[in-house]
Design a protein around this ligand. Structure first.
Ligand SMILES: C[S@@+](CC[C@H](N)C(=O)[O-])C[C@H]1O[C@@H](n2cnc3c(N)ncnc32)[C@H](O)[C@@H]1O
Length: 273
């Protein structure tokens, strides 16, 4: 975050709305993160709590502090992104992926190109890795995982988890892909090697294309309707014809046809040919 304190108004009479609006502009200029594309009420509530915890009564003061303190900046990024994740989150949907869709995709293509978008600390792409390996398809897959937050990507690279994030992992996978170290669970090197972790801002950066499967779960809920609309279009264009978009369990797309997608199963959408 560059030092752009000169952009911060010292005018004590600005309204709370104006104070937050200026904060959004300053954050975008200094980090490229566009808070205006996240649902405002949620975001503002979370950041007001964080700001107040450090005793700042305005977003202008808070921004000045962020500009000079790395610790505050990291906590800001952590809080604005919400990075809760779990292995096999909503297990029955992963089962559908394993039993129905991945076999179909593997039949149609000798190699798969898969993207876990907004992967947080790695539970989602490593779940994909386990499933692909159980289908003997890990060697035939390019598995990319991206997130905007360097902190979560570092944790994903480390690959060490508390037991509670493994509670939905079927026992045979738990035994095969984790070793217990000091009460924590370390993911196998085979999975770590298979997952290519990269930094990416969904709201700003270009998407790759020709994906057989894009998994994007539990991040769209934080975005405004306009931002979601743009992103669904981008995801659809990034898929191969016949490719699938797998979304989170509160993230149903109501009119998939407008993006050239059709419902393939609950929370799965297929790019039409
Ligand atoms: C709740 S987690 C979801 C993790 C995983 N997909 C799952 O369902 O368990 C949301 C993730 O979205 C990421 N995120 C938020 N805004 C983003 C953006 N603009 N671009 C990429 N990732 C973003 C956060 O850093 C966080 O790791």
């Amino acid at each position: 975050m560059g030092d752009i304190r000169s952009n911060v108004s010292s005018n004590a009479t600005v309204s709370d709305d104006e104070d937050f609006a200026r904060f959004i502009v300053n954050i975008k200029r200094s980090t490229s993160i566009d808070l205006s594309q996240y649902k405002e009420n949620q975001m503002r509530r979370r950041l007001t709590t964080l700001r107040s915890k450090y005793g700042y009564s305005t977003f202008a003061e808070y921004f000045t502090a962020l500009s000079s303190e790395a610790k505050l900046r990291n906590e800001f990024l952590d809080r604005m992104t919400i990075n809760v994740s779990e292995f096999w989150r909503n297990q029955n949907r992963w089962q559908v992926l394993k039993d129905k869709f991945l076999p179909q995709l593997l039949k149609a293509s000798p190699r798969l190109n898969i993207w876990s978008a907004a992967c947080s600390t790695g539970e989602e792409p490593y779940t994909l890795g386990m499933i692909l390996d159980s289908l003997d398809a890990l060697d035939r897959t390019t598995l990319i995982a991206t997130d905007i937050d360097d902190g979560v990507l570092a944790k994903a690279r480390e690959g060490v988890y508390l037991e509670r994030s493994l509670r939905d992992v079927p026992v045979e996978y738990k035994n095969k892909y984790f070793t217990q170290v000091d009460g924590a669970f370390k993911v196998s090197d085979k999975l770590k090697k298979a997952v290519k972790l990269q930094k990416q801002n969904l709201l700003l950066d270009n998407f790759g294309d020709k994906y057989d499967l894009i998994v994007c779960r539990n991040v769209m809920i934080y975005f405004t309707e306009e931002a979601k609309h743009v992103l669904y279009g981008k995801f659809a264009r990034a898929l191969k014809p016949g490719g699938l978009l797998f979304v989170g369990s509160t993230e149903q797309i109501f009119t998939p046809g407008q993006y050239g997608l059709e419902t393939a199963d609950t929370f799965f959408y297929r790019r039409m040919l």
